[in-house]
Each structure stands twice: as C-alpha cells, then as structure tokens.
Design a protein around this ligand. Sequence first.
Ligand SMILES: C[S@@+](CC[C@H](N)C(=O)[O-])C[C@H]1O[C@@H](n2cnc3c(N)ncnc32)[C@H](O)[C@@H]1O
Length: 246
Amino acid sequence: MLFPYGTAGDAASDPGASMPLLEEEILTSWGLNAAVWTKAVRRGEILSRERVTNGAILEAIKEVAPHTLLDLGCGEGWLAHHCARQGIEVLGIDAVNELTAVAADGAPPGARFQTLSYQDIATGSLMERFDVVVANFSLLGNRSVDELFLALPKLLVPTGCVLVQTLHPMLICADHPYEDGWREGSWSGFSPSFRTPAPWYFRTLESWSRLFRRHDLEVREMREPLDPLSGQPASVIFRATTLNAT
Ligand SMILES: C[S@@+](CC[C@H](N)C(=O)[O-])C[C@H]1O[C@@H](n2cnc3c(N)ncnc32)[C@H](O)[C@@H]1O
C-alpha cells in the first residue's frame, strides 16, 4: 500500500518547531509537486485509491444525494469532476493555484474551481452554503484544520453534512506513540519525481472525533473501507452534521 506521507522523523516532532512554518511547508510541497501529483492521480498510480478509497468516498457522497458540494483541497479535481458529471453543482477549492488551474481546465459543466486556502475560508472568503462539504485526504495540517473547522458549520445548509476521508490512524502510527503530533512526510512508494515531502499532523481517532465535536459537528457515522488485498482498513471516513441538524 502506498502512503502519501510516511511516518517517523525528528524534525517534524520537535516541540520547538514553528507551527505556522510547518503549515506553510505543506502548501509549498503541494505547489512543487502539483504536476507529478496530477499525473499520478490521472494515471491511476496510487493503487489504494484505485482499489478502495476513491470508490468509498464516491459511495458516501452518493448516499447523501447532494445537489451542491464543496470539495476542500480538491487537488487536480478528479472528485469534483466525477460529482459534476453526476449532476451535482460543485465548487472545488485548493490553496495551490497550479492544481485549481489544472482542475478547471476541461472541467465538466457544473464544476467550478477557486484558489483558496483553509486559512482564507476561516477568515470568511467563502460565503456560499453546500449540501455536502467533502475533504478527501486533504486535511493535513493542525492549526489550518482547526481554523477551517471553525468555519465549517457556516458552509453547510441546515441539513448538510461533512465527509472527511483520511488515512486510518491505527495503521499509520507505526514507529510513533499513538498520540497527536506532527510527523515527517515521505513520498515513499511514489515516483522519484516527487520532491520535498511535507510534514503532516497525525490525529488519533479520538482526536478526530473531538475536532468535530469542538466545532459543533456531530459524527453520525464512521466507516473503515477495507483493502481486500491486505484485509486492513485503507482509510477512515467520517460523516458529520451540525449538532442541531435533523
Ligand atoms: C493528498 S492531496 C488530495 C487532493 C484531492 N482531495 C484528491 O482526493 O486527490 C491534498 C490536497 O490538499 C490541499 N491542501 C492542503 N492544505 C491546504 C490548505 N491549508 N488550504 C487549501 N488546500 C490545502 C493540497 O494543496 C492538496 O491539493
């Protein structure tokens, strides 16, 4: 199985390291790797996605049958394109201009893209509301994600929901204690054209659930899509609504 971000490493877990700097490194890395990432996704090179996780998130979206969808950290836009082809009105946002440009190029009708960071959303740069807000392997930081979550309830219609797919915490904590913290990135398993891996913030399952709760979002369902080859969960998907949603 390919891990977009490996484990272990000292620099990223240094408690003295500057958090905003680590958040910046995430975006710098995605800017540098935008072209190779686009190729890898579009050629189906990330096998766990092809086998399990793409289908799992699309199924979770289909089940809630949204008319409108916000794709957070949309990357090169595969998910937004797919949903737009099913008749959903989609806005894909990503902080990396190269990625939103690629996503917009040749996008099907109904898919729009905007270059926006989570930090921009946190400060009110997006005033629309959606039936579904989805983040597919795109919540990588700490403070940026906290700030984004503060804004999330305001991005949902009253009956709307948030879907988050992320690497399963139980499977990726290998050489570290099972506790929240920054981890060093790795492009291990990817082509050598990938460079400058970004640090990422590890959260335990309990911490994910606290993150939702802290921002008035209730986790209604948690799925663990299994990889048939390994018999292990390839990811975890959370479905959450606002606390007062029906
Ligand atoms: C692993 S890629 C996933 C892309 C896409 N969701 C997919 O399923 O292929 C992570 C994406 O999150 C975006 N991202 C990470 N941090 C972000 C932030 N603070 N604001 C906006 N986008 C961010 C990156 O630019 C990158 O495109």
